[in-house]
Design a protein. Structure first.
Length: 222
């Protein structure tokens, strides 16, 4: 997996280009979609797996497609739920040393070698992010999205943290440590929404589309 750049740098450019083209061509007509992140280590019996399933099912029934990293755990729960509705279930898999096997609940599966190309697809085709409990990978996606919105590199969109018990410690640390030291502003915390119910996610996305003048793209949350 680790390349010798002295020998492969030129060919790497072509591979990156091919991944970009494949992503653009396959996702261009996806329609309104939300990207869901979360741990690959949570089993089908876990509370958050079940919540990811219910939330994705609700969004899909409202006409919103669901994009995940394509693996097990939260990703599988979300893809499984998405297939129960009208929206599409999309998995953007990644090639890593500990092989990630694509879950079976996907209408569209793409595979990427490069994290940054995959991240571009997650953001470019989503009207919001829903972040379930997870580890380093989930945190990486959370803070990259927050940074891009904060710096104006992408238009502001909902960054939804699912599970107040899981995320409240992080938010409190930001409030009590980062803001007093001047490394974060109070208004930066407005980038995040913390929810505990699938319907709350749907309503936040609906409100976002209303602000954009695109409320007709989502059917009634129920």
């Amino acid at each position: 997996m680790i390349e010798d750049l002295r020998k492969t740098e030129t060919w790497r450019v072509f591979r990156i280009q091919s991944e970009l083209v494949e992503g653009f061509e396959n996702l261009y007509n996806l329609g309104p979609a939300v990207t869901v992140f979360g741990s690959s280590r949570l089993s089908e019996d876990s509370y958050y797996y079940k919540q990811a399933f219910e939330m994705a099912k609700l969004l899909s029934e409202a006409g919103i497609s669901v994009i995940t990293g394509g693996g097990p755990g939260i990703m599988e729960g979300a893809n499984k739920g998405a297939q129960m509705g009208k929206g599409k279930s999309v998995g953007l898999n990644i090639e890593i040393p500990l092989e990630q096997i694509a879950n079976k609940y996907q209408d569209l599966t793409l595979s990427f070698r490069y994290f940054f190309v995959r991240k571009l697809m997650f953001i470019k085709y989503a009207l919001g992010f829903v972040i379930f409990p997870g580890g380093f990978g989930t945190m990486d996606e959370l803070f990259e999205a927050a940074t891009l919105v904060q710096t104006g590199k992408i238009a502001s969109f909902p960054i939804i943290l699912y599970g107040s018990d899981y995320w409240k410690g992080l938010i409190e640390w930001m409030k009590n440590t980062l803001i007093p030291r001047g490394t974060l502003r109070n208004e930066d915390l407005e980038l995040f929404h913390i929810v505990d119910k699938p319907l709350e996610v749907c309503m936040l996305l609906k409100e976002h589309l209303k602000v954009l003048g695109l409320s007709s793209l989502i059917e009634k949350c129920k």
